[in-house]
Design a binder for this molecule. Sequence first.
Ligand code: BG6
Length: 489
Amino acid sequence: MYTKTQMPEAAMPLDMIIFGGAGDLAVRKLLPALYMAHLHGNLPPATRIIGVGRHAYSRDAYVDFLTQHSRPFIQATNFEPEAWTRFLQMLDYVEMDATDADGYRRLAGQSRAGVERAFYLATSPALFMTICDNLAACGMVDANSRVVLEKPLGHDLASAREINLAVGRHFAESQIYRIDHYLGKETVQNLMVLRFGNGILEPLWRAPTIQSVQITVAETVGVGSRAGFYDGTGALRDMVQNHLLQLLCIIAMEPPVSLDPDAVRDEKLKVLRSLRRMGLGDIARDTVRGQYTMGAVDGEAVKPYLEEPGVPPGSNTETFVALRTYVDTWRWANVPFFLRSGKRMQKRLSQIVIDFANPPFSIFPDAPRTRANRLVIRLQPEESIQLQIMAKQPGSGMTMLPVNLNLDLQSAFSQRRAEAYERLLIDVVRGRLTHFMRRDELEAAWSWADPILNGWRELREKPLPYTAGSWGPDASAALLGREQMSWTE
Ligand code: BG6
């Protein structure tokens, strides 16, 4: 129901200024998320949202553009005409080039005095420094400002450091919100509760009880119209360095002392710093790069990556990665963490699989050779937690089969689940940093990813082809197969 405002009366008015205000992310995710936040009374009174972009829109034309392009991303059940009309009244638009100092003066003229300002940089990271320098130069940055940085934050450690340094010249760390939208997903936040809100798992949550961990984020989509960005990025930078490593951190971290942003981020940082660095031999043996070829997804024929619009001929960019890594700590000594992510896979599936050790000795002569116990935490498309345990098949023999204790979180809770961007934008408005990456975390993640990227360049191997609609190249299955394991799908 449309509730107008639930923010405390004393909350300062907010100017949310979105660079890239007519771009893909703003249109598909940010504006619909801000509408939802408004609908549920989670924006401060007198909020204004100023889209900034190079396109020459008047305010009215921008409103029309969003009505045409953002509204379809709001579910019909969440659409309330009165709330939408009020939302549109909050909007404004400033046409400017991010490199043009005059534009910033016009922007400063549009923004109100005595308000909180949140600058959302939904642009190429190459512009982050220029934007921050210019905002500061025209007096728009003060103690009530915050800046939100979209990923990818750099393309390697050196560029990430450069950006962090430049942004840090104008914003204190407590004013910087580095977004990894996976941290805004309900299911990902629930992982913290699963681990630290329950007592039964903790004694088991270590080597050697846990034998291996698998993290899969598989997508059915291809690169679509994003080749311009994606071809220079690839799956390791686009998904593994951020989303998958953040999932790994939550699985592997020690219990934080509280939910304080730094308490949580300190623990995640320790995990990132403990990730085993790979040498050339490890890279050749323990990583698999793939690129999709022609195939079919959900019964529809799809193009190979090399024929997607904007992909340069003969591109070597990987659209799939699988790898094995280790967290070198007491808790995780010698436990392999298998990560994989790819586009144009058979199913959209994000899940974490925890394999537990088998009983040390079997008294059952016909025990199957599969793992007895496995915890499967499904994040997408549906949210569930399954614990596989062995049970006796009814009958006169002692045949054992794995069965699942199944917790279906969708039916356990009927409440609406906010989209990741809605939840994170509300955190920005309320100044809550726990679900954002700190500078040292980001740099530690790059320190782990850089040697892999450099190693691939040195090895000069082409990505392995895999048919669109499959689970990736055969080498991905072989990565686990050589240890008598397989991916859980
Ligand atoms: C983004 C990547 O960060 O995450 C995209 O840039 C990817 O390539 C997307 O498709 C996946 O997010 P989700 O929420 O759909 O799993």
